[in-house]
Design a protein around this ligand. Structure first.
Ligand SMILES: Nc1ncnc2c1ncn2[C@@H]1O[C@H](COP(=O)(O)OP(=O)(O)OP(=O)(O)O)[C@@H](O)[C@H]1O
Ligand SMILES: [Mg+2]
Length: 269
């Protein structure tokens, strides 16, 4: 399943939320950094200690016709348990205009025939070279937003835009970072007419581990942020799976044997 995360405006925490979700995902998962403004995880969470070609190298491989074959070699493990992997984003955002998002989306929507989920950090809607193809292919599109009036204003426009994308009506959900500033999940859902999949608390300590590689400490996995991420991840898997089933083409009709007709004594099919 492909799940696209994006934001309306500002930096509400798409990348941090994507990482928290990937580390909490109940199934094997790849966090794909597709933000055309560039990737952050290698220099943030990864503290610059890891390197991989990531999206830029994958795009080069794809041009030689081997995207699916080369995907594995561009991924890095995010956790010691080896459940979550990272496709690092562009080191140079100038490369975004060369990425064939259509081809990439098709490949990411069916990694290992759907046995591996992909969370795609698509960055900000309306940004130049925003990966629209990924949003169109996704089983669920999640708008990450704050809960301030300013965030609600931006989110309203973004939801209208996402719903304008063919075939995505009803598949859009919201994830609230820092609920209660002042609006809560229920108010946001009702005001925008969109399902709120859940919220992640503001948790400066755990947030800085994810966004800037601060030392994790023993209690990181028990932090408020990661505990909430586990709940959201479980709900998101269900939400996306329900929509993917709905989107799946109906099974081809069983062949109906042609009626055997008897004309003038000879059987004709
Ligand atoms: N749940 C959270 N609790 C506390 N701080 C958070 C949380 N989520 C994000 N942040 C902080 O907000 C800042 C922006 O986060 P992040 O880089 O994830 O945003 P983004 O939407 O991906 O931004 P960009 O548009 O730059 O890609 C970071 O300093 C991060 O630590
Ligand atoms: Mg980001």
């Amino acid at each position: 399943m492909l799940i696209a995360l994006c934001s309306a405006k500002g930096a509400p925490g798409v990348t941090t939320s994507g990482l928290a979700l990937a580390l909490s995902w109940p199934r094997p998962v790849v966090l794909a950094e597709l933000d055309p403004a560039g990737g952050d995880v290698l220099t943030g969470y990864g503290r610059g200690e890891l390197s991989a070609g990531g999206l830029a190298d994958l795009e080069l491989a794809a041009r030689r016709g081997g995207l699916a074959r080369h995907l594995d070699s561009q991924l890095l493990w995010l956790d010691p348990e080896r459940r979550a992997r990272l496709l690092p984003g562009l080191a140079d955002p100038a490369g975004a205009r060369h990425v064939n998002w259509d081809r990439l989306a098709a490949s990411l929507a069916s990694v290992e025939d759907g046995a591996i989920d992909v969370i795609a950090d698509c960055g900000r809607l309306r940004a130049e070279h925003f990966p629209v193809a990924v949003v169109r292919r996704a089983a669920a599109v999640v708008l990450v937003t704050g809960s301030t009036l300013r965030a609600m204003h931006a989110a309203t426009q973004a939801i209208a835009e996402l719903r304008g994308e063919d075939g995505h009506v009803g598949m859009v959900a919201m994830l609230v970072v820092g609920p209660g500033e002042p609006y809560g999940e229920r108010e946001i859902g009702e005001a925008l007419g969109v399902q709120v999949i859940g919220s992640l608390p503001r948790d400066a300590k755990a947030g800085s581990v994810l966004s800037d590689g601060a030392p994790a400490g023993r209690l990181f996995t028990q932090s408020a942020l990661l505990r909430a991420a586990r709940t959201v991840a479980t709900r998101l898997v269900e939400f996306a799976a329900a929509h993917e089933t709905r989107l799946a083409p109906p099974p081809p009709p069983a062949p109906v044997p042609a009626p055997a007709t008897t004309i003038g004594g000879s059987r004709v099919r």
